[in-house]
Every structure is written in C-alpha cells, then in structure tokens.
Design a protein around this ligand. Structure first.
Ligand code: FAD
Ligand code: MLT
Ligand code: ZN
Length: 478
C-alpha cells in the first residue's frame, strides 16, 4: 500500500488447506466452490523484509495464532485483503487462501474536528465508538451507530456502506461521507479528502469506494459530516399482536413523530426469547404475554418536555387504535440501555445457539415478514427462524438458527430465499455487503448489464485483481 499506510501487514505460516477449512466452517459453502487463482504470487522472505522496511518490525505480524494465511513466492502480483475491525458478516475481511492482510488498526489518528461545521477528518482505522465519544464531547454525534461499534472501524463502515440504527434519521453514508483518501491497487494515492458540502466538479469518485468492500482500493483517510447532538432522547419498547400492526405503527410514527423519530426497530418474539436466554443482564420490560412482535422506537429532539409529551400522546393514540398491545417508555438511562441491549444483542445471541444462517434483505415493508413465515413452514422444527431488523428502512434480518450446520437445511433455505427476494425486486444484501459469502448471488439483485459494468470498473482500477480476490463480484465476470 505504499509508505503512507502505517497500518499493518499480516502473514501467517499455516497451509492454504487450513485457511480454506476455517472459511468453510465460518462461511458455509461459499468458499468451497472457489479455486485459488494461480496468477497470484506467493509471499516470500523478500516481501516480508520489504514490508518490515516500510512498516517496521511490529507492523508485520507472522504469528500463526493471530492470522491465517500460507507459504508464498514473489512475482509481483500479491493479492491483499484490507481488514478493519473484522466484524463484517459476509466473510469480506479474511483471506480465502494466502492473501496478505492489510490491517488498518494502526491508522487510528484523528486529523481534525471542525466544531463549527461538525466535520470529522481521521484515519480509516479509528474505532467507531472512539469517534462517537470524541464528537459527542464536542456536541455532535456520528451519523451511524451499530452493535459492533466497539470493534468496527470507520474505514470498514465506509467500505461496507454500513447502515445500522440511525439510518432512518441520518440516511446512508453516501450522504454523510464528504471525502476520502484511497490507495489504489497500483499504489496511487487518490486524494479526495475534501470537507466541502457541495462540489459538483466532475464525477463524484468517492462513491465508488463507499460500499465496495475493499475491492477497488484501500480507504486510508475519511472526512464525515456529523449531526448536532440533541439534548432530548426518549426510548419506548412496545408490543404488537401482529405484523400488520407494526407496519401501521411505522406509518403512524412517521406522521405523528415526524422530525424527532430517530429509530424504529422491530423483533419477533423468537428474538426476544433468544435474547432473554443469551444476552447477559437484560430483562423483558413488558409482562410475559403472548405478544408476537416488539418494536423499539427512539426519538431525539431539542425540547425534553415537548418531545416526551409528543411520544406519550402518540403511544396513547396507538393503543386506542389497537396498534400497540402494551408499551413502556424508559424512565432513565438504565432502562433505555436495557431496551437497546435487547435489540443489539440479537446478533450475538443467534451465534450462541450453534449455527446461524444469516440473510440481510431489503423487502417492501408490506411483504417483509412473509418470508419469515414461509421459511418457518419450509423448515418445520428443524431450525428456529428469527425475524428482526430496521423496519423503518425496509430491512429484514432473517436469522435461521440451529445446533449445527447441515447441507439439508441449507438446501431448504437457498436458493429459495434469494429467488423469493428477487421476485419482490428486493435486495439480497441490504447493508452487510456481499463479501465472500454472497458474491455469486449478486445476479438476484442486479441485472447482467449492471454486473458487467461493475466488472469493467474493477478491471480498470485493479487490472490484476489483487484487491480482495474472490469477493463482491462473481468469478465468472472477472
Ligand atoms: P471489516 O469486517 O474488517 O471489513 C469489512 C469489509 O470492508 C471487508 O470486505 C474489508 O476488506 C473491507 N474493508 C475494511 N476496512 C477497509 C478499508 N480501510 N479500506 C478498504 N476496505 C476495507 N452492519 C450494518 O450495516 N448494520 C448493522 O446494524 C450492523 N450491526 C452489526 C452488529 C454486530 C454485533 C456485528 C458483529 C456486525 C454488525 N454489522 C452491521 C456488520 C459490520 O459490523 C459492519 O459491516 C462494519 O461496517 C464492518 O466494519 P469493520 O471495520 O469491522 O470491517
Ligand atoms: C443488526 O441489525 O443487528 C445487524 O445488522 C447485525 C446482524 O443482524 O447480525
Ligand atoms: Zn442490521
């Protein structure tokens, strides 16, 4: 990546087979169909010496316990995997064979914070939570928040175009990111690190790198617009008897809460049961009951008493209209934290069951829960099907959990889930990206012409395809 990348290079000693085994366990069948591309060089001691001369002894990690990679030979086409906090959910940040990991963790410096305009400029390896604390001290907030905030990097967030819990209010990173510095495959440092709000001079190239999952360049510096931190936040935890009521509640919330609505998250009761079993320290704030669905609503505004009155009136009306069966508004920080921990804990609770088949779908809200019910019919008692997600954004997380992975269950889930989503003109990856696991599925959401154009862009920027191989695009188009 050239001398300006003070991140890290990781190289291990284990065999390609071992790497592939780990991939298979972690990412199901995706890795098993891909052959190593023999055009790539293998790393040798000259490469390692070169990396050490650029990054120093500590910048190159060769500890087998910390990395998985393999033995190598040099001829100028080393494949690399950019890696941020390694929290991605589609296998994008880990090598498939012997690719060298370019770790960004060492690039964690704040460059500047403009506390008049709320513009943060930093290196790409800064952890999201650390940035949140920093800007909050200055009276601003990060435009995104997600359960992995304690580990994920802002560079990883941008490279995956992460959505998360504030999307309904602050929108996509395509709107909040003002500028980027990116290192291209040939070592060119592409300086697009502007902090301007408006700049219509030519093509806006930064957008190519937002969401391209390290396949077009390594993001090294970022500038982001941060919204003002507002003084009043309220969180409500509600239950609904059926999915239709959740849907109507969303529309009602948009109309009645308007500008103060800052989150609208939903979970079915399977998720709540799972969270109660596996998330430490949380409790269901609502009395045990046969409620089928739960909704977390957050409002953020500038007037504590006005905002609270507005939320209370909305809840009362929703109960009178029969949309809400029961509900509670957090009276203090610890109650609000409990509500959020339930919602944010579902992801990790799913993993604790044993095996989780994860799908991250964009579907029109009126159809969004149908796939969960259809999947339950298909799978019967063989697995538990959970539906939750960012309802306000039309984004369903469909998690299917069981004690272990088996091909029979997978065969009943796929390709059905993709075909069903495609038939609704939905997206088979709303916010997690394609990575390794879903690269071959892109055609369910994108036309052949669009995929071909993406491949042309990839070939233009990375003619030897050394950046994050086997990820994002199908092998057949490259
Ligand atoms: P990594 O996992 O390290 O990498 C992800 C991808 O980006 C890889 O393809 C990698 O090669 C590439 N990449 C990383 N850094 C760079 C860089 N500097 N330059 C170029 N490419 C790079 N995602 C959501 O969208 N919304 C959520 O609500 C959400 N919640 C989550 C909750 C939990 C508990 C977990 C574990 C994950 C969650 N995720 C969510 C997924 C994940 O956290 C995000 O995708 C996150 O943005 C990844 O950041 P990272 O730094 O960990 O990237
Ligand atoms: C979430 O919304 O909790 C995340 O996208 C993570 C996940 O679904 O696993
Ligand atoms: Zn999510």
């Amino acid at each position: 990546c050239g001398p300006t990348t003070s991140g890290g290079i990781y190289e291990g000693q284990s065999s390609a087979n071992k790497a592939c085994e780990v991939q298979k366990r972690t990412f199901g069948s995706a890795a098993t169909h891909i052959q190593r591309n023999p055009a790539y060089s293998e790393l040798n001691s000259d490469d390692v010496s070169y990396f050490k001369s650029v990054l120093g002894e500590n910048g190159v990690v060769q500890d087998e316990d910390r990395v998985m990679s393999c033995k190598c030979r040099l001829d100028g086409r080393l494949a690399v995997v950019p890696q941020g906090g390694n929290t991605g959910l589609v296998g994008g940040s880990v090598p498939v064979y012997d690719e060298v990991i370019v770790g960004l963790a060492g690039m964690d410096k704040i460059i500047s914070f403009d506390n008049v305009n709320g513009i943060l400029t930093s290196e790409a390896g800064c952890v999201l939570e650390n940035l949140s604390k920093l800007v909050e001290n200055e009276g601003f907030i990060m435009p995104l928040d997600l359960g992995a905030k304690g580990s994920c990097h802002i560079g990883g967030n941008i490279s995956t175009n992460a959505g998360g819990l504030r999307f309904i209010r602050y929108g996509s990173l395509h709107g909040s990111v003002l500028g980027l510095e990116v290192v291209l495959a040939d070592g060119t440092i592409l300086d697009m690190l502007t902090t301007l709000r408006k700049d219509n001079t030519g093509y806006d190239l930064k957008h190519l790198f937002i969401g391209s999952e390290g396949s077009l360049g390594v993001v090294t510096k970022i500038s982001v617009l941060t919204p003002a931190k507002l003084p009043s936040t309220n969180v409500a935890f509600l239950s609904c008897n059926d999915y239709k009521s959740c849907q109507k509640l969303l529309l009602a919330a948009r109309r009645s809460l308007g500008e103060i609505l800052s989150a609208f998250e939903f979970m079915d009761h399977h998720c709540i049961d799972l969270a109660m079993r596996h998330v430490e320290g949380v409790h269901n704030p609502l009395p045990a009951s046969p409620y089928k669905f739960y909704v977390l609503i957050e409002t953020t505004g500038s007037d504590e008493s006005y905002d609270k009155t507005k939320l209370e009136a909305f809840l009362l009306r929703s109960m009178e209209d029969g949309l809400v069966a029961d509900g509670v508004i957090a009276q203090d920080i610890s109650q609000a934290t409990n509500f959020w921990q339930i919602r944010e804990g579902i992801s990790e609770a799913s993993v604790k069951v044993g095996a989780v088949y994860k799908y991250d779908l964009s579907i029109p809200v009126e159809k969004l829960y149908d796939i969960v019910e259809e999947m339950r019919c298909r799978l019967g008692d063989s697995a538990e099907v959970l539906g939750y997600g960012h309802l306000g954004d039309g984004n369903l997380h469909l998690n299917i959990v069981s004690s272990k992975y088996d091909d029979n269950t997978l065969g009943r889930i796929e390709p059905f889930v993709y075909e069903w989503t495609s038939a609704q003109r939905g997206s088979i990856s709303a916010e997690h990206g394609l990575g390794l696991m879903k690269a071959e599925k892109i055609h369910y959401s994108k036309s052949p012409e669009a995929v071909q154009l993406m491949a042309s862009i990839k070939k233009l920027l990375d003619p030897n395809s050394i950046l994050n191989p086997y990820k994002v695009l199908p092998q057949s188009v490259l």
